[in-house]
Ligand binder design. Structure first.
Ligand code: DWN
Length: 419
């Protein structure tokens, strides 16, 4: 596959008449952090446009960037966030309590990152197996005792696991289903190895929350699809599977947790499935009207944030950022914000420190830089973890520092706003 190919048809229902409703220009890959030695090299950029399928209502990018470029070595560690570790524990407890799974049942986590999710299941005496294409992350997980296959998920991988370890009672896929181009291959792989009464659980940003709360920074090339329950229902029906429960959870700006099983499995469909579909209909996300004013709200966020940063600059005050997130790079690049406005981005991820953000080339430093450089404001580019980031920077606030949260609307906040 070349670096990029155009989307020819809706990846779920194959409709070819898609409607573009957002264009964020050509941008570098959101996690393509730049080494010091490469700072003067030209960065690859790709169109960042979102298309709406009027047939199944899936939102999806107009291009597919080669996943090998994005995921073979990945600078994002799930375990950096204590909030996310707690979130993984909550998921493992749901399976332990709500479904009568036994110790030693096999749990597979697809796109298992550094083993964050599987560590929780392992502590509950499940048998665990991770799959992740990122060699750097698979090495971390394997070194931590979480067996991890360093590959992309596929039907052959699923078949190998079935032959060597048997069926899986649980297959989890958090923050990966929206990243996959060939969802049919992905789902057929799950079907191959999922136990007849097993559960396949997906977590992904809910397009309803993205549109409703102007979370445009969730849009970057790793996220090929922006999911609603209706298109997912259509997809699983095609594979003799069905959605029997949907939870809503606030992580990552509003996520849907979708429970799927084989058609003839014993899991009874819950009211939550139709309730979410009703919500999606009520937000007019099943026709293009629901999307038309989204881009206007993105432009308002851009105007408000640039005005705020200009004001702060005129006061001679300094702004830094915390959380060199992929979403943060969408925001910085679409708003054309660079180091003359944001002095540095603090981040606790070793793979990101002492590099530069893609496009903006703002330096990414260890979070100790906050105390050393003493900015007046911290823009939370990982606003979805605002509470955790604010809790970690209480010294900064005690010295009079304030926080800027850019989404869902531009606000100057303090820890009191999160009590
Ligand atoms: O889907 C994806 C989501 C789940 O994670 C991936 N495609 C990529 C990634 O997106 P993101 O980078 O926007 O996610 P986060 O979790 O909002 O990024 C948080 C950033 O902030 C990371 O670089 C880690 C950093 N961080 C930190 O330095 N200290 C985060 C916390 C909580 C901290 O305490």
């Amino acid at each position: 596959m070349e670096d990029m190919e155009p989307l020819k048809a809706c990846r779920i229902c194959k409709n070819t008449s898609l409607i573009k409703y957002l264009d964020l220009g050509k941008t570098p890959l959101a996690n393509a952090i730049v080494k010091k030695d490469d700072i003067d090299k030209e960065e690859k950029t790709f169109p960042l446009e979102v298309m709406y399928c009027p047939q199944c209502h899936l939102s999806q990018l107009s291009v597919i960037v080669n996943p090998k470029i994005m995921f073979s070595n990945y600078p994002y560690r799930s375990s950096i966030s204590k909030t996310f570790i707690e979130h993984c524990k909550e998921i493992a407890e749901i399976f332990k309590k709500s479904f009568d799974f036994k110790e030693n049942n096999l749990v597979i986590d697809i796109a298992s990152n550094d083993g964050c999710m599987l560590q929780q299941f392992k502590e509950m005496n499940f048998k665990v197996l991770g799959i992740d294409p990122a060699t750097n992350l698979a090495d971390i997980a394997n070194n931590n005792g979480i067996e991890t296959i360093n590959k992309f998920w596929s039907i052959p991988i699923a078949q190998d696991i079935l032959n060597t370890k048997g069926h899986a009672k649980i297959i989890t896929a958090t923050n990966v289903f929206a990243h996959v181009n060939d969802l049919n291959e992905f789902v057929e792989g799950v079907k191959t190895v999922l136990d007849k009464d097993g559960i396949f659980m997906i977590e992904a940003p809910h397009a309803l929350q993205m549109i409703k709360h102007t979370e445009f920074d969730t849009i970057y090339h790793e996220h090929l699809s922006y999911l609603l329950i209706n298109p997912l229902k259509h997809l699983f029906t095609e594979h003799e599977m069905r959605i029997f429960r949907v939870d809503e959870t606030p992580i990552h700006g509003g996520t849907i947790r979708v429970f799927v099983c084989h058609n003839n499995a014993e899991h009874t469909k819950e009211a939550s499935v139709d309730k979410i579909i009703e919500q999606e209909k009520n937000e007019t996300l099943y026709n293009i009207e629901g999307y038309n004013e989204f881009s206007k709200r993105v432009e308002k966020t851009k105007k408000d944030l640039l005005e705020l940063l200009d004001e702060i600059k005129k006061e001679g005050k300094k702004v830094a950022a915390y959380g060199a997130s992929a979403k943060g790079n969408t925001l910085l690049n679409y708003f054309n914000i660079k180091s003359d406005n944001i002095e540095f981005i603090a981040d606790d991820t070793p793979e990101k420190q002492n590099h530069f953000a893609p496009g903006s080339h703002i330096p990414i430093l260890e979070s100790s830089a906050i105390e050393r450089e003493n900015p007046d404001y911290l823009m939370l580019l990982a606003w979805n973890f605002a509470k955790e980031l604010i809790r970690k920077t209480s010294d900064f606030e005690e010295k009079g520092g304030k926080y800027i949260v850019p989404v869902p609307e531009v606000k100057v906040v303090t820890s009191k706003d999160y009590e």
